[in-house]
Design a protein around this ligand. Sequence first.
Ligand code: HEC
Length: 84
Amino acid sequence: MKKMLSVCAAVFFTLTTLALFQFSERNAFAATGQSLFSKKCSSCHQASQFAGMSKTKFVKNTKKMSAAKKLTSKQITSIWKYVK
Ligand code: HEC
């Protein structure tokens, strides 16, 4: 019975840690998107301008921007997550 309890505790602990980790990772992602946007895009764009745009369209059009030439797809995705 004691063993069962510690297994349960271990599972609970793992799940909680994973959930917290995912949460902080998502926030970090949004923060990166926000700072990239304000550095590279906000001189010409308002974030609200892209609200509701699909990821495919956003990524495709962003890649045409000379401001985005040096950005990786991952970075563009993080900008999209911030503005969508
Ligand atoms: C020097 C000004 C300038 C900068 C900096 C700039 N853009 Fe643009 N962007 C424009 C202009 C002007 C248009 C509209 C022209 C067009 O549609 O071809 C546009 C269009 C777009 C579109 C298509 C909008 C639509 O409704 O179809 C997207 C998406 C976009 N930009 C994303 C970005 C992102 C993300 C960045 C930052 C990495 C960025 N742009 C930086 C000037 C800029």
